[in-house]
Design a protein around this ligand. Structure first.
Ligand SMILES: C[S@@+](CC[C@H](N)C(=O)[O-])C[C@H]1O[C@@H](n2cnc3c(N)ncnc32)[C@H](O)[C@@H]1O
Length: 274
């Protein structure tokens, strides 16, 4: 486990993923009934953009920093930016902190992190949130025990580091494990695109797990290669209207983040209703 998200926090891929996270949680908040969020690969929760790793990587300069220089954009972009801006220009909130901020008293978050140092930081970050719990464990192993949540509504975020090639298969198996126990779950899976063939194969594998509704989102700064210049999201059971909201947000983001491709972003249904 060499991966440290601090090198990448706030980069274009985090921006795309966290926009989707905010959109889904806002949809869940529209109904009074409580929901559960399970973040299987949570990270440390808050990243210091002035810290050593973030400065060495510098990736946030090409991501969230470009967004923060503006005050325009579709509603979703504005709300995400406002949420991130609460932490000032030198810090960036990760997925468990974003989720914790969007919980209501009837909602709940379980954030799982395997790396001991990242977990220790995560526990501190989530301490003020009574409805959020940090768990030190392997996300894949722990997921089944948490499903279905008592609320019977909610989101599972699967955001592994993809350090090893079999992580794609592990993520697809996790989707199956979630769907078997909690068929109505919204599931948000982030994945890197370093080759279109590998991305297509992964999407096919997740589709084969049998989700009734599956949406694919892609964002590309440049043609896929060794450096991360493109990323994707798969969303099982996305809320109604999520596809349009993401399309609007990505259309705004593409010129801002300097996406130089002919097709900079794509939102497409792999299965299920439009
Ligand atoms: C891409 S980062 C997560 C970023 C976070 N979801 C966010 O958006 O802010 C992946 C995290 O998963 C952790 N990790 C790696 N393998 C894991 C496993 N099997 N179970 C749980 N966490 C794991 C890493 O230590 C790292 O913090």
């Amino acid at each position: 486990m060499n991966y440290r998200h601090a090198f990448h926090a706030g980069n274009f891929a985090d921006v795309v993923k966290h926009l989707a996270l905010v959109a889904i949680l806002e949809h869940l908040r529209r109904k009074e009934a409580g929901f559960a969020v399970i973040d299987s690969h949570a990270g440390r929760g808050l990243y210091d953009l002035a810290g050593d790793e973030a400065r060495r990587g510098g990736e946030w300069q090409e991501g969230i920093a470009k967004l923060q220089r503006r005050d325009d954009g579709p509603d979703l972009v504005r709300r995400y930016r406002a949420l991130v801006s609460r932490f000032g220009a030198a810090s960036y909130p990760g997925s468990p902190l974003i989720a914790a901020l969007l919980l209501r008293p009837q909602d709940r978050l379980v954030a799982i992190e395997k790396h001991p140092e990242e977990f220790a930081a995560l526990r501190q970050v989530l301490r003020p949130f009574k409805r959020a719990r940090a768990v030190e464990a392997d996300g894949y192993q722990r997921l089944p025990a948490l499903l279905p949540p008592a609320e019977r509504r909610g989101l599972v975020l699967i955001d592994p580091p993809y350090e090893s090639p079999d992580e794609f298969a592990a993520a697809a198996r996790a989707v199956k494990a979630v769907l078997t126990r909690f068929a109505t779950a919204a599931i948000l899976i982030w994945f890197p695109i370093k080759s279109m063939a590998a991305a297509d194969a992964f999407c096919g594998e997740v589709k084969a797990q049998g989700a009734a509704k599956l949406l694919r989102v892609e964002f590309r700064l440049a043609p896929p290669g060794d450096r991360l210049t493109a990323c994707g999201l798969l969303i099982v059971n996305p809320p109604f209207g999520f596809d349009h909201e993401m399309a609007q947000a990505l259309e705004h983001l593409a010129p801002l983040l300097g996406a130089g491709m002919a097709e900079k972003w794509r939102v497409s249904w792999l299965s299920g209703a439009k």
